[in-house]
Design a protein around this ligand. Structure first.
Ligand code: ATP
Ligand code: MG
Ligand code: MG
Ligand code: MG
Length: 339
């Protein structure tokens, strides 16, 4: 019998449009002889759209308004075998939707509440991975209330890391709200931008030199496997939103031309991070490789990485011999697996 899959896309985060792009790819790839797929787009206001509005949103690539309240729709999701929450960022990739689906008793693709929540928050991720002995850049946390009440304290903490440094909302992706701060006078603007998007902000020391950016895909539940390592190259100061999503700005190199020993470290540390964070299903683990010093620093773990047919995660597994349709099929199987 065909499995009934509910594909959730869009959502309330700054990565709404990115999610819709991924959803179009997944929709056309899930084999129709095995799966009966129903997409539901979540509007930017968090409401779940009915079929005709969903179709319109998938075509236009955006849903600002419309739809029903979430609980109403989850109750009617009961007839599905699994849900594919193809949502990025807060209210989607951060354990909230995963909690709702857990309560509703519906299996879903990807990490559960714990792995999603901890991996989404860059500070929590750093803390957990630190205790797992995985090398990362130096960092500090700042919360919005501190920034409002004691801005100098936050500035001083940032200065401890030295310049340039990175200021990031703790719970976002696609480089939304991230600034590279070259000098102290640029700091306030960067903090205001990040605090406009998140209550928690991470301050990060920049790597000692401009890093090479390497990424690896992880697939599986309690016996995960690592893909070959990929590298992103681009001609920009850092990998910002525009560079990520403007056609032709960045190139993917799979496998990354790395010394075999470095590629092996990437895969080993990514698997260790996946386990330490209690991830499941899939994750894309991103690293900085500082060629000048040989340092390999784990940057972040994305539990629902970009998923268009040309995105890094599917491309990494394609290089390992797992094509796009096979990959999404495998993810649904992993969602249904006994753990
Ligand atoms: P994604 O879309 O992969 O989820 P993100 O929004 O979570 O990305 P990061 O990966 O943390 O953001 O940072 C975006 C980019 O900024 C990195 O790919 C890199 O180019 C640059 N960058 C971030 N932090 C640092 C750092 N500490 N040192 C050097 N470069 C950095
Ligand atoms: Mg990220
Ligand atoms: Mg992300
Ligand atoms: Mg990243």
């Amino acid at each position: 019998m065909k499995k009934r899959i509910l594909l959730l896309a869009g959502g309330q985060s700054g990565e709404h449009e990115v999610s819709l792009m991924s959803a179009r790819s997944v929709l056309s790839a899930l084999p129709r002889d095995q799966f009966d797929v129903t997409p539901v787009v979540i509007s930017k206001q968090g409401r779940w759209l009915p079929p005709t509005e969903t179709q319109r949103a998938l075509e236009s690539g955006e849903a600002a308004t419309g739809g029903d309240l979430v609980l109403h729709r989850v109750a009617s999701a009961e007839g599905y075998d699994a849900v594919f929450p193809l949502l990025h960022g807060p209210m989607g990739e951060d354990g909230t939707v995963q909690g709702l689906l857990t309560l509703a008793g519906i299996p879903f693709v990807g990490s559960g509440v714990l792995g999603s929540a901890v991996s989404m928050d860059k500070v929590m991720t750093k803390q957990v991975l630190e205790s797992a002995g995985i090398p990362q850049v130096a960092w500090r946390l700042a919360v919005r209330r501190e920034w409002q009440q004691d801005p100098q304290g936050v500035r001083d903490r940032a200065a401890e890391l030295g310049f340039p440094l990175f200021v990031k909302p703790a719970n976002l992706g696609s480089s939304v709200g991230i600034s590279k701060v070259g000098t102290p006078d640029e700091l306030d603007g960067a903090l205001n931008l990040a605090f406009g998007l998140d209550r928690r902000v991470i301050l990060e020391a920049m790597t000692s030199h401009k890093p090479r950016e390497v990424e690896v895909g992880i697939l599986g539940n309690d016996a995960p496997i690592a893909s070959p390592v990929g590298e992103l190259r681009f001609d920009a100061d850092f990998y910002d939103y525009e560079t990520k999503y403007t056609e032709g700005r960045a190139t993917m190199h799979i496998p990354a031309p790395l010394p075999p020993e470095v590629a092996a470290r990437v895969r080993t540390e990514a698997l260790a991070a996946f386990r330490a964070l209690d991830c499941a299903g899939l994750a894309r683990v991103d690293f900085f490789y500082v060629e000048e010093t040989g340092e390999l620093l784990l940057n972040e773990v994305n539990t629902m990485p970009g998923f268009t047919t040309t995105s890094m995660y599917p491309k990494l597994f394609e290089a390992a011999g797992v094509g796009y349709s096979e990959l999404v099929t495998r993810l649904v199987e992993l969602a249904l697996e006994e753990r």
